[in-house]
Design a protein around this ligand. Structure first.
Ligand code: EPU
Length: 422
């Protein structure tokens, strides 16, 4: 995969037309990890062609699986063949490149009774601890030791248990699910995360022979089974990618249909954009939206699903930067997720941050500037901010954007934007 170094955005074009959203990164990566649970061949449709999927493919290959694209049909299928015995190791060289890799811990432990996973580091939006993953798995009988930068986990006999999560962590819920499906007896996970990507994982696991009830709710009941088998699945649409295009429309103005997007997966965001003056509704194809005039400011607060996702926040801040009035944005999920604000300021945005709050005073117009992407969503936010800026915005370190977006430039250009990769 060749990655662009810079994304160059020419401002001042309205967006019109239809674009199709891809499959959800944060679902696809977990479905791929779930294949570690059982031997056989899996065929996944609607998998996004992004760097993180390539990295997870490498991680699965390192455990002994074969991973490749089957392009013979009408749409590409990611095909994974898992052998009868896997090597339960996630090497540092891969783990350090994408934190989602930590979700291999649960399935490796369940399948092999042991796992060796490199400790993920922090990242650009603050510390990313995994204490809840480990505490939950310990309730099921796992033991952990940390040596030379690796977690050595062992659990020859996982036993079902009641686990009360201190916070509805997405990753901890997923690791627990993928361990509990093969544990002996019943596991109940309370205060589980309710994100649509978790319901998607439950659906695949049930197709593989697991017995999970309560999918999509905050109490998951998992009846352990002896053995699972492979299955095929279609990944749900990426609500965060869809949110990026809706925010782009709010910033640039126009009328857009985001085909394939699920309004029910992003109802709170659509409500927020409605408050800000956009017209937005589900239609047969996906989500239709219209932005006629300058947006109005609104206060936004991030929360676990079904609240406003922390991943939407950079797009909301970018939209508020040119909205009329003052909006207060509060981050409740990740402590340090405001780094891109300095970059937006370089474009003339009037934003003040104080711990987990940002006060965004809308300005009439941003001005294009050289800026830097610090993570996937921050990079995408800078791209869409550039759509309404005067002149050219050059987003450096664009490889971060490629981790989560399959052709963001091509898709926005299809709506009339002026974006090129450099
Ligand atoms: N946390 C702990 N201890 C833990 C686990 C989490 O303190 O053991 C804290 C985190 O530090 C954070 C909060 O709990 O403050 C939420 O973390 P969570 O575990 O829910 O997030 P995650 O599983 O690490 C996933 C997505 C993120 C998304 C968050 C929140 C993937 C691969 N990543 O991360 O998406 O922001 O949920 O919804 O699914 C992205 O796609 O760019 C991205 C970062």
């Amino acid at each position: 995969m060749t990655e662009p170094q810079r994304i160059v955005v020419g401002g001042g074009h309205r967006l019109e037309g239809t674009i199709r959203v891809g499959g959800a990164k944060n679902s696809a990566l977990k479905l791929m990890a779930a294949t570690l649970l059982a031997e056989g061949t899996y065929r996944f449709a609607n998998v996004p062609r992004i760097t993180d999927v390539a990295l997870m493919s490498d991680l699965l290959r390192a455990t002994g699986s074969e991973v490749g694209w089957d392009e013979s049909g009408p749409e590409p299928i990611l095909e994974i063949t898992v052998p009868g015995a896997i090597e339960p190791v996630a090497p540092y060289e891969l783990v350090e490149q994408f934190r989602a890799s930590i979700v291999v811990l649960g399935p490796m432990l369940a399948r092999c009774g042991e796992a060796r996973v490199a400790l993920p580091g922090g990242d650009d939006f603050g510390p990313r601890p995994i204490d809840m993953h480990m505490r939950g798995l310990a309730e099921l009988g796992a033991d952990f030791e940390t040596r030379h930068g690796y977690i050595h986990a062992s659990a020859p006999n996982l036993l079902g248990a009641r686990v009360l999560l201190e916070y509805p962590s997405v990753g901890a819920t997923e690791n627990l699910l993928m361990a509990a499906v093969l544990a002996k007896g019943t596991t109940v996970v309370d205060n589980a995360a309710r994100e649509p990507e978790i319901a998607d994982l439950c659906e695949l696991l049930n197709k593989m022979g697991a017995r999970i009830e309560g999918s999509g709710s905050s109490t998951l009941v998992i009846e352990g089974v002896e053995i699972l088998h492979s299955a095929d699945h279609t990944v749900i649409p990426d609500r965060i990618e869809a949110a990026t295009y809706l925010a782009a429309l709010g910033i640039a103005g126009g009328e857009v249909t985001v085909a394939g997007a699920r309004h029910d997966h992003m109802a709170m965001l659509c409500q927020k954009f409605g408050e800000m003056g956009m017209r937005i509704s589900p239609d047969a194809d996906g989500i239709w939206a219209f932005a006629g005039t300058r947006l109005r400011s609104s206060d936004c607060s991030t929360l676990p699903y079904p609240g406003l996702a922390t991943d939407f926040k950079p797009f909301l801040v970018a939209a508020l930067a040119t909205a009329e009035g003052v909006g207060i944005v509060t981050e409740n999920v990740f402590s340090g997720r405001f780094r891109y604000v300095d970059e937006l300021r370089r474009m003339g945005a009037d934003i003040r941050t104080d711990s987990h709050h940002a006060v965004v005073r809308g300005v009439e117009r941003l001005s294009g500037a050289p800026v830097k992407a610090h993570d996937i969503r921050a990079g995408a936010a800078l791209v869409i901010a550039g759509l309404a800026a005067e002149g050219e915005t050059v987003v450096a370190e664009a490889h971060h954007v490629a981790r989560g977006y399959d052709d963001i430039a091509g898709k926005l250009n299809a709506l009339g934007a002026d974006i090129r990769l450099d």
